[in-house]
Design a protein around this ligand. Structure first.
Ligand code: ISE
Length: 352
């Protein structure tokens, strides 16, 4: 495989014009990105939106000048003035959209998971390698969260010595009725898988999942919470508490235990009050609120990088690695066994 270069301008982008973005998927995440691109991020405009629900696409784009609302994602990629693609459709639709974007040599920001299964992820990695330059950035937004960035800088600086353990907790208020037990790993713990690889600069080599035997199934009947143990090639153990239906709010936190100290992020956000002999604070109810700044920073970085002809953040290899590790995680969840992970040979140098 040829080494991939990351610098190649989008084929159709005139230098001073805003980056025309086609947004595929206008659900919760897509709608938030459409708003962000339209009102928060400079240097870009929403040129097309495609969603199977045409009425929804139309209502979200009614006030956006020059934006077309469509049902067909391929038609969105072909819309005049589209220079780049933001994929926010459900995971199973990602592979076709990514391959179509690569065929047209369009830069892509793809929401996580890049694709839900490892074989499909490898097909995407190979298609980008054949193209010969990087076009894909994967939207693991924690890499853009200020607290996660500070933790990474601290670990990289080595001030606390080598990391030994990461304790992670990931608690959702509630998940949709369509959420399956496997999605606890592929949709939720996927974030910790990416964050651990990125924070530590190490690869994950084995996974084990502990499910409570005495549980009160939530609305979805998912045994909740579960404990996922990841081992890395650098000898670090990462434990992840994943809670689907916590019922009180959205909490994401990590504590690194290192040779000479510990560091913790994700404790408290927002307003803290002191009154009537009590102190208290607010818990964000949702990832769109908890990580709002991270999403803003991520999109700003993507637009700027794309305008320079570059990609940023997690790449397609990271997308593949997370898919493969999560597939092993689902097997571990199903069997109760420790599952070793073997990644395919990397077709090009990657971020880890
Ligand atoms: C959701 O898709 C996300 O990406 C959230 O960040 C995560 O916390 C949640 O569990 C997922 O379902």
């Amino acid at each position: 495989m040829p080494p991939l270069v990351s610098s190649s301008l989008p084929p159709s982008l005139p230098s001073a014009a805003p980056l025309g973005v086609a947004v595929l998927g206008a659900g919760k995440m897509g709608a938030d990105h459409i708003r962000r691109l339209d009102t928060v991020i400079s240097g870009a405009r929403v040129a097309a939106v495609a969603d199977p629900d045409e009425a929804r696409a139309k209502s979200l784009t009614a006030d956006i000048e020059g934006c077309v609302a469509l049902t067909d994602p391929l038609a969105a990629l072909e819309t005049p003035g589209v220079d780049a693609v933001l994929i926010a459709s459900p995971g199973p639709a990602h592979e076709a959209a990514l391959l179509a974007a690569l065929e047209r040599d369009l830069p892509v920001l793809c929401e996580k998971p890049m694709v839900p299964d490892a074989e499909a992820a490898l097909r995407v990695v190979d298609a980008e390698a054949r193209l010969g330059h990087r076009r894909i950035s994967v939207g693991f937004m924690r890499r853009y969260d200020a607290e996660h960035q500070r933790l990474k800088a601290l670990l990289d600086a080595g001030e606390l010595g080598a990391p030994r353990l990461l304790h992670c907790r990931h608690r959702n208020l509630a998940v949709h009725p369509y959420f399956t037990e496997a999605m606890l790993i592929t949709d939720s713990v996927a974030h910790e898988v990416d964050a651990a690889r990125w924070l530590l600069g190490q690869e994950i080599t084995a996974v084990q999942v502990f499910r409570p035997t005495a549980h009160l199934p939530g609305r979805t009947g998912i045994p909740d919470p579960q404990l996922v143990i990841l081992e890395t090639d650098g000898g670090v153990v990462v434990d992840v508490e994943i809670l689907a239906n916590g019922g009180f709010g959205y909490q994401v936190g990590t504590e690194a235990v290192c040779e000479r100290g510990t560091a913790r992020i994700g404790e408290a956000h927002g307003l803290l009050t002191n009154t009537a002999g009590r102190w208290g604070g607010e818990i964000a109810q949702d990832y769109l609120v908890r990580f709002a700044d991270a999403y803003d920073r991520e999109l700003r970085a993507w637009v700027a990088a794309t305008r320079r002809g570059e990609t940023m953040g997690a790449d397609s290899w990271d997308g593949y690695a997370v898919a493969a590790i999560c597939a092993a995680g689902v097997e571990a969840q199903r069997t109760g066994h420790r599952v070793p992970i073997e990644l395919a040979p990397a077709p090009f140098m990657n971020g880890v």
